[in-house]
Design a protein around this ligand. Sequence first.
Ligand code: CUA
Length: 311
Amino acid sequence: MYSGASNFVTTTDTAFAVIIGISVIFLVGITATMLWFVYRYNKKRNPVATQIHGSNTLEIVWTVIPTILVLIMFFYGWSGYSPMKKAPEDAMKVRATARMWSWLFEYENGIKTDTLYIPVNKAVALDLISVDVIHSLYIPAFRVKEDMVPGKTNKMWFIGQKEGDYELFCTEYCGLSHSYMFTEVKVLPQPEFDDWYAAMADTSKQSAVAAKPGAAGKRLVQINGCLACHSADGTKLIGPTFKGLYGKAHTVITGNSEREIVADDDYIIKSIYEPNEDVVKGYVKGQMISYKEQLSEEDIAHIIEYLKTLE
Ligand code: CUA
């Protein structure tokens, strides 16, 4: 499957096939020998035991053959693995951030997205960052996988060799919505990628997109990973859904007391900056961190515009 999707597919699949091949030969051989012994040395056949006092030939055979097999597996494993650790100098750098439970990709010109866009046949080097717990970035079609550990920057690189969309997901259990932590890699022809890259970097074009009500807010919600916990369609996730949230009355719990609030601008700002102050009834306190660092009041104004579109 996905042959040639990245530069690591052939070497990884070869190592896998060699190890599987050797394992299958042993499985069949050992099972056949075992069945033969069950038959040959059955009590009904009155087997006679032979005492053997050492055999140099046998000892050499069963030392040398397994050593050769292990070295063959090591050779294919190592020659496939070690190039994965050396990214070419001219690779395009992207910073990949994982957080419960979504992805953020930042390019050198400041573009932020929740989907990884890359040009075909170009080396891409990812810096892997986690802001909370251990995640792991996995692109099965590319045969690459690497843990993302808080406080440490891990590396990964690859060349997407075939245009198309490929799954990218978290493969380290990281909490309740781990299974929602997936996105896509989009491998584009170079000119198409260049257009996308320039358009995303050009803020004048972005404001043309943002002319649609709530579009800027929608983008902020996507790249900040809000949708991992707050659905836009009414589905109940870890946090309250955004659909029909704005302007409605909600019961919140502040400390030990309950009260009614209306989800107006002030409440939305407070719920993003101090999410554990007034917790909407029916939801667990402490699930969300403050987004004061990530979102300015101007950003939140855009998000409010977006929330207003979700009636
Ligand atoms: Cu992140 Cu599982």
